[in-house]
Design a protein around this ligand. Structure first.
Ligand SMILES: NC(=O)c1ccc[n+]([C@@H]2O[C@H](COP(=O)([O-])OP(=O)(O)OC[C@H]3O[C@@H](n4cnc5c(N)ncnc54)[C@H](O)[C@@H]3O)[C@@H](O)[C@H]2O)c1
Length: 373
């Protein structure tokens, strides 16, 4: 009995599962080849910022590309942050991470993105007091246009890009549009933090372990219009593994879902800023690792996750040409939308609201880029 409890605890503490048969061919999943495998190059923009200060160390520890894949980190930031960036590189060196094969620090995007296999885009222009929405968008459009063009020119042709810097969906859209030679399916934005927050809120409400909660969904924009949705989620029973109960039935309280859960997840970022006087950083870094790990190493059997993906007009009636978060499964560095999760009236209304917000952001961004819609 005690040993059963211990083995469950060990599973809770173990690093997230790697699915070797689902891994992208570039990633080494063989422990015996760890020393000889070619390193993968991972760029992080905003390398001297808060999120990067957690993310770089998680990647070097193997939380993003698995425990057997060596990495070289490319930390990119503005010239004014060069000294801080060197400090981060020194600390990374001092950790003596077995998987870390080198750190490039630079403010030159051509040098920073050269040959990278993964790019995590944290660097964005922050909103300043009195700034209008369009002024903020204009600064970010300029950043993500230049970086998209640069990635297309110098990164590995199969590069996978994750945009985190806000407004994440529209920054990702600008990057995907300007990085012409990069398939649009290889540019995504992060809603995994919202996804993880949803799981944690539900677990707390039900008094279950967060690892028992599966298949929540975040639809739409990484903003206050996002729609966290538990309709297709389930809780795996413990200790009777294999048996699962639908989340909605377990919660059995539509009022809490609409008036408690949804606004809590939508407003969680603002709550953290209020408490910390800084925005979420460690949780954002963790979510970025989760996003890339699942994309490149595969989602576990039966599990889906939320990713902001380029819309082709094929899924759930969402218009083409925006980056909208949906449920996906991943295998071999590709994602596949989970289809046929029919929305009810309330869900349709919530999804449409977020879609319209994204369409308006795209309108303004394309106007600034001088691209006709
Ligand atoms: N999608 C999400 O879930 C999510 C969650 C949390 C934070 N965010 C966003 O992530 C971004 C980063 O957050 P942070 O807390 O690390 O911010 P931060 O202000 O601590 O760091 C940002 C860093 O980016 C750098 N930077 C700015 N412009 C750059 C450019 N053109 N090239 C390279 N570097 C550049 C800055 O010098 C700074 O070091 C913010 O936009 C934040 O709103 C998104």
């Amino acid at each position: 009995m005690a040993s059963d409890r211990l083995s469950v605890l060990a599973r809770q503490l173990a690093p997230p599962p790697v699915c070797p048969s689902k891994a992208w061919s570039k990633i080494n999943v063989n422990p015996e080849l760890m020393m000889s495998a070619e390193p993968m190059h991972v760029a992080i923009t905003g390398g001297a910022g808060q999120i990067a200060y957690s993310l770089a160390f998680l990647i070097a520890r193997g939380h993003m590309l698995g425990p057997y894949q060596p990495v070289v980190l490319h930390l990119i930031d503005l010239p004014a942050a060069a000294t801080a960036l060197r400090g981060v590189a020194m600390e990374l060196q001092d950790c003596a991470f077995p998987l870390l094969r080198g750190v490039v620090t630079t403010s030159n995007p051509d040098e920073g993105f050269r040959g990278v296999h993964v790019a995590v885009m944290l660097g964005a222009f922050p909103r300043k007091a009195g700034m209008q929405r369009r002024d903020l968008l204009s600064k970010n459009v300029a950043i993500f246009k230049a970086q998209g063009e640069c990635i297309a020119r110098v990164a590995d042709p199969e590069v996978r890009v994750l945009v985190v810097g806000n407004p994440a969906n529209t920054n990702a859209l600008v990057l995907a549009t300007m990085a012409e030679s990069v398939p649009k399916a290889h540019v995504t934005c992060m809603t995994r933090l919202d996804h993880n927050r949803s799981k944690a809120q539900v677990a707390e409400r039900l008094g279950v372990l967060v690892s028992q909660v599966h298949n929540v969904i975040v639809w739409g924009n990484h903003s206050s219009t996002q729609y966290p949705d538990v309709r297709f989620g389930h809780v795996c029973d413990y200790p009777k593994r294999g048996i699962s109960t639908p989340l909605k039935a377990m919660i059995n309280n539509e009022t809490w879902l609409r008036e408690g859960f949804v606004p809590i997840v939508q407003g969680r970022g603002a709550q953290i800023i209020q408490a910390r006087k800084l925005s979420s950083a460690a949780s954002a870094a963790t979510a970025a690792c989760d996003h890339i790990r699942d994309w490149l190493l595969g989602t576990p059997e039966g599990e889906f996750v939320s990713m902001g993906i380029y819309q082709t007009g094929e899924w759930y009636g969402v218009r083409r040409g925006i980056i909208f978060s949906m449920p996906v499964t991943c295998c071999g560095g590709e994602y596949h939308v989970v289809e046929d999760l029919l929305p009810d009236e309330y869900s349709k209304k919530m999804m449409t609201k977020s879609e319209e917000e994204l369409a308006a952001e795209r309108h303004d961004a394309f106007d600034l880029l001088g691209i006709p819609l």
